[in-house]
Design a protein around this ligand. Structure first.
Ligand code: PLP
Length: 401
């Protein structure tokens, strides 16, 4: 008899965005003339800059010519892209990597999930609550559970400024997920807090899985762009980065993961294991998309992606300032495209969604969908259109708190 992976049966239904969509649809059916503004889903809305699409078109043309056609590429990514990553994303910040420490992939989501292939099921993982749901679900799929004691949650609440500390852990953990700037709280971890985690990982022989998908939104002091800006991180941390929110690649798909050669577990280099895993289960990101990603690093590419990021960041400022003026308790939004607001009068996240939908015709995401500590919070995203964002905030302000 076939036995299925029981982990899949333990997963909670992933109903967050579908439930939001259902409620919006029902409302819209009843009030078809109401103009609903959506600040819920974390996807970019600005088109991909032409410098990138031109590079993709050129690469597509190369594919149509016998002399320049390319078949399978290197599973870990083309050197032309990895060289740019090493120079612009790391050397420019004083961090040295070889190109064989960079693994190009089709998304940070896949990488943060697939990385679990490298670790024994008995390893205990620590996940912040609330957080990007993929960390929890992929661990459940891999056979871990809170009940068995190999998944533990770390509260990310206003009391710890949404940045859990190692001393808050109740037991030893082997793998720690840190997401900074954070989805959904929009808070970036302070360098001092990350230093504590590095120290913890060194002392406890643990590994940090550092998701920096929103790194491009960082602007504040005291916050690092890469975990490797911290001494000792190369021995204990894997870093995930993505072109999705940096350059509008959510539909194109390109990301990368850094596994330093210095990172060893019982004398085994994780870099070697991941290389083996990639070669076995992955055949590389398409050539044309990697050429598009390469164009991100041209002078023009950098200029236009910065303009787009600035557009979203200005939206974040509009939301944050407007909500504060309206009397809301607001977090995030400075180093991230997410604004995390405390619902007034302890209204539950889902009730707040209904209230905002009905009274202001604005849609966001209930915080509890990101973990139980998200209850009583609500996420708004800065990825919308500027005028619509302003209108949404005007409507929320008119409602009062
Ligand atoms: N990591 C975080 C924290 C995210 O919020 C997201 C997307 O929303 C991803 C990773 C996914 O990135 P990618 O589009 O590269 O798969």
């Amino acid at each position: 008899m076939v036995n299925i992976n029981q982990g899949f049966l333990q997963l909670q239904n992933n109903y967050l965005f579908s439930e939001v969509a259902k409620r919006v649809e029902n409302y819209q059916k009843e009030y078809p003339n109401k103009k609903i503004i959506r600040l819920g889903i974390g996807d970019v809305t600005l088109p991909i800059p032409e410098v990138i699409t031109n590079a993709i078109k050129k690469a597509a043309d190369e594919m149509s010519q016998k002399e320049s056609f390319r078949g399978y590429g290197p599973e870990q990514g083309y050197a032309f892209l990895k060289e740019k990553i090493v120079v612009y994303d790391y050397q420019a910040r004083g961090i040295d990597f070889n190109t064989d420490e960079v693994f190009v992939s089709d998304g940070a989501k896949c990488d943060v999930g697939n990385i679990l292939d490298l670790f024994d099921r008995e390893n205990c993982v620590a996940i912040t609550d609330p957080v990007y749901p993929v960390y929890l679900d992929t661990n459940i799929m891999a056979g871990r559970s809170e009940k068995q004691g190999n998944i533990v949650f770390m509260k990310a609440v206003k009391e710890n400024k949404f940045q859990p500390l190692p001393e808050e852990l109740e037991k030893h953990v082997d793998i720690i997920y840190l997401c900074s700037p954070n989805n959904p709280t929009g808070v970036a971890m302070k360098k001092k807090v990350l230093e504590k985690w590095i120290e913890y990982a060194q002392k406890e022989n643990s590994i940090i899985l550092y998701d920096a998908a929103y790194e491009a939104y960082i602007e504040g002091e005291g916050v690092v762009h890469s975990i490797y800006e911290i001494d000792g991180a190369k021995k204990v941390a894997i870093e995930f980065k993505s072109f999705s929110k940096t350059a509008g690649f959510t539909g194109l798909r390109c990301a990368y993961t850094i596994i330093p050669k210095e990172l060893e577990v019982n004398g085994v280099k994780l870099n070697e294991l991941w290389k083996r895993r990639m070669a076995t289960k992955f055949n590389g990101v398409s050539y044309v998309v990697q050429r598009g990603a390469e164009a991100v690093y041209t002078k023009e590419g950098q200029k236009v992606i910065r303009q787009n990021i600035e557009y979203y960041k200005e939206n974040a400022r509009v939301i944050k300032k407007g909500l504060e003026e309206a009397g809301y308790e607001v977090y995030g939004g400075e180093n991230a495209p997410y604004i995390w607001l405390k619902t007034p009068d302890h209204i539950k996240s889902w009730d707040f969604l209904d209230m905002l939908l009905e009274k202001a015709n604005v849609v966001g995401t209930p915080g509890v969908g990101f973990g139980k500590n998200g209850e009583g919070y609500f996420r708004l995203t800065a990825f919308g259109d500027r005028e619509e964002t302003k209108m949404a905030i005007k409507r929320i302000k008119e409602l009062g708190v």
